[in-house]
Design a protein around this ligand. Structure first.
Ligand code: GLC
Length: 442
């Protein structure tokens, strides 16, 4: 009885903690987030006029690397003349990703969809003369890929937005509340448009750091979105009113405490198309991906298309390699949950939802013998994902009078290694049970 009360109050505490953190009703949040938790991989797309010159998205004028006027000249060079959203959607499908998130408007204020709130859209202000988002979402939906809309709350071009260059503002909100209200009417109008025209499954806000939840009216924004689509998921950049956390570029070392989180990361060093050859290798991308998933998170991997709508070859190569790896090893990734705590195995792990299957990931060329500590289960079978080869194992140091489990040694022959990351599948006799004591008699 006492134990139950303790458990219930612990649970309450955890729930309260996460709600306080996110300032939202529990709704049926668990249910709503399930597809996201199972999805593991999303593809991020930074499409914008910055691809014309291949310069930093929006930040280049904000940081005064280029004047605002010169930045805006790129509008004239944005053509989308070879843009085929079906090709993009096919490539995304091939990676194994279950969702994609595309910029509907970045901090520069240029709408990539058909906005009626002002004239600054690729449809009205560039030779492309078209909305690139609606046809893309159509192609994604045909392939059963969830559609995400990135939307920057910051709009450094809008005359009524206070921020502009890094060291100057147009006005202070406290000095001109009416002007700020005009901006709020504008950006919330765009959110309503995106919601009704495109009905995203996921909203990826950005730039919330420039104003408070009260100033943005975050709660109202959340309500606008959920009124139209109660199942929409909202990322954590809405000053406390989002559903999940978004570490950026830098990966967590210890497992994050959030229920849901997603690492967003570039494939080279830039979000948009850039003259940047510092591509991550497929090995690097796959190991980062596995690391995120083993810690209970997702990876949102970015690409920056050229102004004509084509995708750099190096980018395609990384995506295809990731896709091929997922095809072979996806059983250990999609629809799984984060693995066992660090210390039992020197590498990442994941578990099946019922935790009767444990997956071990071996980076690089780890053939020979690997070791598992504190696994209080009988292993029924060990196979290598891909060809299903069965591997031998040995339990060492199990003392008959002690409940402390022995060490498990598994032989991994060189010819079974994947060229990037090898996955071993351990079928256990029952849900995973771990020993985390001090050894000896304990
Ligand atoms: C940052 C940057 C932005 C980029 C985003 C992607 O917040 O401001 O340029 O789009 O990260 O996560």
């Amino acid at each position: 009885m006492k134990k139950n009360v303790l458990l219930a109050s612990c649970l309450c505490f955890i729930l309260l903690q996460s709600n306080a953190q996110q300032k939202i009703n529990p709704e049926s949040i668990q249910e709503k987030m399930q597809w996201f938790a199972d999805a593991k991989l999303g593809i991020f797309i930074h499409a914008g006029i910055y691809s014309v010159d291949g310069i930093d998205e929006s930040w280049s004028f904000h940081n005064k690397k280029i004047s605002h006027a010169d930045y805006m000249k790129q509008l004239k060079g944005f053509t989308l003349k070879n843009y085929d959203p079906a090709v993009w959607a096919d490539l995304i499908k091939e990676t194994g990703a279950r969702y994609a998130v595309i910029t509907t408007k970045h901090h520069d204020g240029v709408a990539m969809y058909d906005t009626k709130m002002n004239k600054l859209s690729i449809e009205r202000a560039t030779p492309a003369k078209r909305d690139m988002i609606a046809p893309f979402f159509d192609e994604l939906r045909k392939r059963d890929i969830k559609c995400g809309a990135y939307y920057s709350l910051i709009d450094w071009t809008h005359p009524d937005y206070p921020g502009f260059l890094k060291d100057s503002v147009k006005y202070k909100i406290s000095d001109d509340y009416e002007r700020w209200n005009r901006f709020r009417h504008f950006f919330q109008g765009q959110i309503k448009e995106i919601s009704t025209q495109l009905n995203p499954d996921l909203w990826w806000f950005d730039g919330d750091w420039e104003h408070s939840a009260e100033e943005w009216e975050s709660q109202k924004i959340r309500s606008i979105i959920l009124a139209n689509n109660p199942n929409a998921i909202i990322n954590g950049r809405l000053q406390g009113y989002g559903d999940y956390d978004t570490p950026e570029q830098n990966f967590p070392v210890v497992r994050p405490k959030y229920n849901w989180w997603e690492l967003c990361m570039t494939t080279n060093d830039n979000w948009g198309f850039h003259h940047d050859d510092n591509w991550k290798t497929p090995y690097e991308v796959i190991t980062i991906f596995v690391d995120a998933v083993s810690n209970g998170g997702n990876l949102l991997l970015d690409f920056g298309p050229r102004e004509d709508g084509t995708i750099p070859e190096e980018q395609i190569h990384v995506f295809k390699e990731l896709g091929a790896w997922n095809k072979k090893n996806g059983e250990a990734i999609f629809n799984t949950v984060g693995g066992i705590p660090q210390g039992h195995f020197y590498g990442p792990t994941t578990l099946s939802k019922d935790s009767t299957t444990l997956y071990l990931f071996l980076h690089g060329h780890q053939d020979g013998t690997i070791m598992l500590k504190g696994l209080d289960n009988k292993i029924e079978e060990i196979t290598v994902l891909g060809d299903g080869a069965k591997l031998n194992h040995k339990v060492v140091g199990k003392i008959s009078w002690s409940h402390v489990p022995g060490l498990v040694y598994i032989d991994v022959p060189e010819n079974e290694l994947d060229k990037y990351v090898t996955v071993l599948k351990l079928k256990l006799d029952k849900p995973v049970k771990l020993y985390r004591g001090r050894g000896g008699f304990n």
